[in-house]
Design a protein. Structure first.
Length: 213
């Protein structure tokens, strides 16, 4: 397991680092065969202690995030969420074979009205997780930032406009991926059967929607 641990608004702690990575490794050993790339971010905001885990396992992304008034408790609860998702994934895809195919590229952007003026860091902070779901292609095109777009409702500012890769997978894999990403509303993938770019998304009636491009 490759784990990257970072601390925000708090001092680095070797004991917290070891506690989080050791427990995460024990969980991964139970449910995962192969490489795991993990990102662990511990943040203090006022009296909240936030533990945020993101695991990348082949085509699967698993996320667990929790906040309490104690970082150890936040780690425990976030990892309980991770373990629950990994167990569900193992049960449902026990006999699944890896999907082959070519990843298609797509662009994703963030738009905001020009007024009021907000610092760029604050504008983008709520959207960082959306971009982290998708890998950058081998030859990444340059980001087009601070571009102004005119619409029927006036002008909006294009804060970020960048190219990503949608991994090839079967439709049932994409639906499972969306279900595992409990805080996400959509997932972009290359349909292995049709080789076209598809989007699955969560509908208000609790069904899964599919957009075929």
């Amino acid at each position: 397991m490759n784990a990257r641990v970072s601390f925000r608004n708090m001092d680095s702690s070797s004991s917290l680092r070891s506690y989080a990575t050791d427990k995460l490794e024990r969980i991964c050993d139970k449910y995962v065969q192969g490489n795991v790339d993990a990102s662990v971010v511990m943040t203090v905001e006022k009296f909240w202690h936030i533990a945020d885990f993101t695991l990348q396992i082949k085509n699967l992304t698993v996320k667990g995030k929790e906040r309490t008034e104690d970082m150890y408790s936040s780690i425990d609860i976030a990892l309980d969420k991770i373990e629950k998702q990994l167990r569900r994934h193992k049960d449902r895809l026990r006999d699944h074979q890896p999907t082959n195919g070519e990843a298609r590229r797509f662009k994703m952007g963030v738009l905001t009205p020009l007024a009021p003026e907000v610092p760029a860091e604050e504008e983008l902070s709520d959207f960082e997780e959306d971009f982290e779901l998708y890998p950058a292609p081998a030859e990444l095109s340059e980001a087009e930032e601070q571009e102004t777009v005119t619409t029927s409702d006036g002008e909006v500012k294009l804060l970020r406009h960048q190219e990503y890769q949608a991994k090839p997978m079967a439709l049932n894999e994409a639906v499972l991926q969306l279900e595992l990403l409990e805080d996400r509303q959509f997932f972009v993938f290359t349909n292995a059967a049709t080789e076209s770019l598809n989007i699955v998304y969560k509908r208000d009636d609790e069904q899964i929607g599919l957009i075929e491009l």
